[in-house]
Write a protein that binds this ligand. Sequence first.
Ligand SMILES: [Cu+2]
Length: 158
Amino acid sequence: MKIHLFAALALFTLGSFGLTRTVAADAAAPRVIKVRAGVENAMKFDVATISAAPGETVKVVLTNACAFPKTVMGHNWVLLTKGTDINAFALAAAAEAANGYIPEKQKNKVIANVGLLGPNESGEVTFQVPSEPGEYPFLCTFPAHCSIGMKGMLIVKK
Ligand SMILES: [Cu+2]
């Protein structure tokens, strides 16, 4: 009888711990935003506008839908600080293949980024959305992709 009671208590305790862990994990889970680059080899993201609350934690999962090799048509996803000139950033980035097309001198303008992906590859980044409302541009920094249209905007508002 004693043993049964102990076993029941042990099970109850284990169950409680399991429940607590699950609830905590859910509360901390970021909102997932799936973005595909180069669907049908078009130079754009299928999600060009992302709305988020100040300080929200999000996870951007980028998939490269292009069929071409990474060196010919890789794609990345780079979120920049508010007010950054994305054309100037893209121009500087184009010369820095060795850095995954992130310009060394403008690294401070990058809030979050998913590295360069080859065909059918996926990558992700989890980050906290800035607390200041406004428009934050994102782009693919592979040479010429942004100027053709591979860009978008993260809109932060309460
Ligand atoms: Cu691209």
